[in-house]
Design a binder for this molecule. Structure first.
Ligand SMILES: Nc1ncnc2c1ncn2[C@@H]1O[C@H](COP(=O)(O)OP(=O)(O)OP(=O)(O)O)[C@@H](O)[C@H]1O
Ligand SMILES: [Mg+2]
Length: 422
């Protein structure tokens, strides 16, 4: 056995002491690290509870996720924590602490389904299923917790420690898993909320469209009612005016001139049946039949025969025009004739002129009767209707009259390209 000198023994003792000191230091550091991680894992309870308490839908989800990510990083002693969200086949980094900016990549439906059902996993798993999530991490270790709801992938929570730092203890996976479940509920609720909001917006738009269409229907119904009212006033009413005038005459004649009275009564009978015809036509919402089939000239000639005062019609040379234009002119002339019959007085006569002048259709109803003061005489429904009818087809009504000087009512209506064809 070789002899050891004192120096060699001393050196050996020093080396042994150093080795023991190193082992002791490593052991103490490990114990301290475990204690620190245990403390951090305890703090996660706070993260979870504060996260859950904030999920009351009044705070925007991104804000809640940002706070949660920051707490997660601080309490687990991470170098980075991130939340990714998945939607429509794209995985996207939504929140990161420290801020890393956006990142997104596509995910196939089958990969999505596999990731959705995966447990909390590390680098090896991510290299196979989510390599894009590992990009730019420079060898850091990660734990990835898939966030899913009823089997659908909603996102990921990524916990990162830089290269060389101690790996996360196994218990951290349980915490990440629980947190992922809560984040899943939160994202799902937020999506339900926004789907609900979209549905509500849809309903709002539908309601607005419905309201607008209802307003249009009401307006159209009102316009139609006014049209019917005008047609009754200007059409059937004038038969009735003539009938009442002739009935009065017949009564006066009955003793003086029974033969003439009986002729008048016969005419009355005919006019009553014509009035009934017109009423029937109107009731069916149909246009005066003669106006529809023969046009303005023929319809006015027929109307002049029913007029209370002798009436001449000059309408040669006019053609056919769109129904609304022919109706406007026809009913205006009828009302003007009706007024002449009512107000012109005995012995008065009337003339109706309708002619086309270049690109205008011009009509005029003139009577030689009592006339009236146009500045002081109020307008009745008849005048208003005439103005409306003429205005609706682009013309404006002209009324010229003076007491004792007769009355002329007329208008000039432009024949626009669209209006020239019947
Ligand atoms: N040809 C006319 N001769 C004399 N006065 C007339 C003539 N046309 C209209 N007037 C006067 O103008 C007024 C207004 O006429 P308008 O047709 O608007 O009403 P109305 O004939 O009295 O009633 P309705 O609403 O039944 O037509 C008449 O009341 C009448 O005084
Ligand atoms: Mg009138």
């Amino acid at each position: 056995m070789p002899q050891l000198d004192t120096g060699t023994l001393l050196l050996g003792a020093i080396l042994l002491a150093m080795a023991l000191a190193t082992v002791a230091y490593v052991a103490v550091t490990a114990i301290r690290g475990q204690r620190r991680d245990a403390a951090r894992l305890g703090a996660i309870g706070f993260v979870r509870s504060s996260f859950a308490s904030r999920l009351d839908r009044t705070i925007p989800l991104n804000e809640v996720l940002r706070d949660m990510t920051e707490s997660l990083r601080r309490n687990l002693g991470l170098d980075a924590a991130e939340v990714w969200t998945a939607s429509a086949g794209v995985l996207e980094r939504t929140v990161s602490d420290p801020e890393r900016g956006p990142a997104r990549f596509p995910l196939t439906p089958s990969d999505e389904s596999i990731v959705a059902h995966a447990p909390v996993s590390g680098i090896a798993w991510a290299k196979v299923w989510l390599p894009a999530v590992l990009a730019g991490r420079n060898g850091a270790t990660v734990r990835i917790a898939p966030v899913s709801h009823t089997g659908h992938l909603l996102g990921l929570i990524v916990a990162e420690r830089r290269a060389g730092a101690p790996a996360l203890p196994g218990e951290a996976d349980g915490t990440l898993k629980e947190l992922a479940r809560e984040v899943g509920v939160a994202i799902n609720n937020a999506r339900l909320d926004s789907a609900l909001e979209a549905t509500l917006e849809d309903l709002r738009q539908h309601a607005e469209a419905l309201e607008a269409s209802r307003a249009r229907i009401v307006a159209a119904a009102d316009a139609e009612r006014r049209r019917i009212e005008r047609d009754i006033h200007d059409g059937v009413q004038q038969y009735l005016v003539a009938i009442s005038v002739k009935a009065r005459l017949a009564r006066q004649m009955s003793e003086r001139d029974p033969a003439r009275a009986s002729r008048l009564l016969e005419e009355l009978g005919q006019e009553i049946s014509k009035a009934l015809d017109e009423l029937r036509t109107l009731a069916h919402g149909i246009y005066p039949p003669l106006l529809a089939s023969e046009g303005l000239g023929a319809a006015m000639v027929a109307a002049s025969r029913r007029a209370v005062i002798p009436t001449q019609v000059h309408a040669d040379g006019i053609g056919r025009y769109p129904p609304e234009l022919e109706a406007a002119v026809y009913f205006c002339c009828l009302e003007a004739l009706q007024n002449a019959g009512k107000y012109a007085g005995e012995g008065a006569t009337a003339t109706v002129r309708i002619q086309q002048e270049n690109d205008k259709l011009v009509f005029e109803v003139q009577d030689s009767g009592a006339g009236f003061d146009v500045t002081s005489q109020g307008r009745g429904a008849g005048m208003t209707n005439m103005m409306d009818r003429v205005g609706a087809v682009g013309g404006s009504l002209r009324v010229e009259s003076s007491p004792g000087g007769g009355t002329t009512v007329g208008a000039s209506i432009p024949l626009r390209a669209a209006l020239t064809e019947p």
